[in-house]
Design a protein around this ligand. Structure first.
Ligand code: NAP
Length: 547
């Protein structure tokens, strides 16, 4: 990307913008934002989407084993009771193709596709101060103006492929899980290397091991994981879910993390060992995030409380993995449970009991280079036919920054965020009027069941735009003091939790050179929703609105 702004070559039109809004991305956020803009506000909006289909995260992440880690009937839109009745998930944790089919169905069901321009990447957006609008440039060489620019790019969409020496010389195939080939990858008879043991690597490893001739997992950090306990949903299950949808939705919207579990008031330190173990055993058998959100309130607040959960999981790993040396390598020791995003799995630790799977500790002997025939660590060489990078994403800010956004005075978002992202409520950035970020840094976003976080943001933004129109306003911008106060508040709340104790993508520490700062808001959905509503009821306190 040239550092010369494309906008400087465009004369300001002096006319009303061509669109009310440009929305970037056609995943959960972009689809619902478009629905609200068009069907609820009656406005003229267009979505630009890089992929050649809708679905966002679920369009790109097609790797084997990709599935949701929140139960399907919580991980879906809640805005349409008709949609609730029409769609039926096949299982508790559906696989990626089913979620993609759901999003495609939603796009067709609400006739959204006519306003979605696929295979189009936004390469720059510049704020036109004279006309209070954004000029948005796309990679087809065109540009368009819109009053509002709404980012629906997702928190985990800028793939992180590590800069490892020799990758271009590799004569086999290599893939990043976040941009997986649509035709799939045939692992049969192949020697596969998998780098990364986050949620993605943990989902992919058992599936690759079952298909490949041999799998070598290159692990930098051992990770905690809880069994998902996926199961099909029967007709009786569905009858129950449908009947209870209103109550399920009520509880999840009034919960800490957008799940229908009420956070218990008991501390892990207030019960004796026997009772605590019985609680953990029950949640282990239940599977999924309930282990974190339905056990004790202080797991993410208190190291000693956390240690009880961490030790329980370590014990499970040791009992599952037959080779004690391999089990030793798999037992996490350097971060509290939950301080890195906790994966849930299907037979992950069991995979290491297979004869065709080897675990390599690349913390002890780091990867030195990729060679013609495989990969060399500081102490060994591994011959590989396929390398799979499950190495995560430049999370929360990567996709926003890649759009080359320029606000007032031509200042880039990259410059504004040089020392880490700064937003007011994760919704707006001072100096970037009429730009909204759905689940932006500083909002609960990735700490909450995503569709619920997304719906709350989309509804706040569309209500705000409605308010602007009703009151003849054309410009809204976060105030610097409100932004500063919000960033301080996010940091203060984060420092009360155990999140900052891990090197995680929440902290930006997975990307070399990225500022280490906790990016999502850990205060929970309810508290956050109240803060957003509070700003509205005080006349959009913290924002400046101009006619
Ligand atoms: P991730 O959690 O960032 O994990 C990346 C893995 O790659 C880590 O093990 C990391 O090691 C390793 N790694 C990164 N750079 C490396 C390098 N240069 N050399 C060696 N190893 C390297 O990424 P992810 O697994 O793709 O997951 C990202 C997020 O996506 C998840 O946390 C979750 O929110 C979401 N996700 C959700 C689901 C779902 O079930 N719905 C599934 C997959 C992903 P370190 O730990 O040492 O950095």
């Amino acid at each position: 990307m040239s550092s010369q702004p494309l906008a400087s070559s465009q004369a300001s039109s002096g006319r009303a913008p061509e669109l009310d809004a440009v929305i970037v991305g056609a995943g959960f956020s972009g689809l619902y934002m478009l629905y609200r803009m068009r069907e609820v506000l009656g406005l003229n909006a267009r979505v630009f989407e890089t992929g050649d289909g809708v679905g966002g995260t679920w369009y790109w992440n097609r790797y084997p084993g990709a599935r949701c880690d929140s139960e399907s009937f919580y991980y879906s839109f809640t805005f349409s009771p008709e949609l609730d009745q029409e769609w039926e998930w096949t299982s508790k944790y559906p696989e990626q193709p089913e979620i993609l089919r759901y999003l495609d169905y939603v796009a067709d069901r609400f006739e959204l596709k006519r306003d979605i321009q696929l295979s189009t990447r936004v390469i720059e957006a510049s704020f036109d101060e004279e006309n209070d609008c954004w000029r948005v440039f796309t990679d087809d060489g065109k540009s368009i103006t819109a009053r509002y620019l709404i980012s629906a790019v997702g928190c985990l969409s800028a793939a992180n492929v590590p800069d490892i020496k020799g990758i271009d010389d590799f004569e086999g195939e290599w893939y990043h899980t976040g941009s997986w080939p649509h035709e799939g990858v045939d692992f049969s008879g192949k020697r596969v290397g998998l780098i990364g043991t986050g949620s993605t690597g943990i989902q992919a490893a058992p599936r690759i091991a079952a298909e490949a001739d041999h799998l070598t997992v290159f692990q930098r950090t051992a990770n905690f994981s809880i069994p998902a306990r996926n199961a099909p949903l029967s007709a009786e299950d569905w009858a129950d879910i449908r009947k209870n949808y209103p109550e399920i939705r009520r509880v999840l919207k009034s919960s800490m993390a957008g799940f229908p579990y009420t956070l218990t008031e008991r501390s892990a330190k207030d019960v004796d060992d026997e009772e605590r173990t019985a609680i953990y055993e029950e949640l282990w058998d239940h599977g999924g995030f309930k282990f974190l959100w339905g056990s004790f309130f202080d797991i993410m607040l208190d190291l000693d409380a956390n240690a009880t959960a961490a030790d329980f999981i370590r014990g499970k790993i040791r009992r599952t993995v037959k080779d004690p040396k391999v089990a030793d390598m798999l037992v996490p020791t350097d971060h509290p449970y939950g301080s890195k995003r906790p994966p849930i799995d299907t037979d992950y630790f069991e995979t290491y009991n297979r004869d065709n799977v080897k675990l390599v500790d690349i913390r002890k002997a780091p990867i030195a280079e990729i060679t013609k025939n495989g990969l060399r660590t500081e102490d060994s060489e591994y011959e590989l036919d396929i390398i799979v990078f499950a190495t995560g994403f430049d999370a929360m800010t990567g996709s926003l920054l890649r759009m080359n956004i320029r606000g007032k005075g031509g200042r880039t978002l990259e410059d504004k965020w040089a020392a880490g992202p700064r937003t007011y409520l994760g919704l707006q950035v001072e100096g970037f009027p009429n730009l909204f970020t759905i689940t932006g840094p500083g909002s609960p976003s990735v700490l909450v069941n995503m569709p619920i976080a997304i719906e709350q943001h989309v509804e706040w933004i569309s209500d705000c735009i409605e308010h602007m129109r009703e009151n003849g306003m054309r410009r809204i911008e976060a105030n610097l003091d409100a932004e500063d106060a919000w960033v301080d508040h996010v940091n203060e709340v984060a420092s009360m939790t155990l999140f900052p104790r891990a090197n995680s993508w929440y902290m930006g520490s997975n990307i070399p050179g990225k500022t280490r700062v906790f990016m999502p808001y850990p205060g929970g959905l309810v508290l956050y929703g109240e803060r957003c509503q509070d700003a509205v009821s005080k006349g959009y306190e913290g924002f400046t609105l101009q006619p």
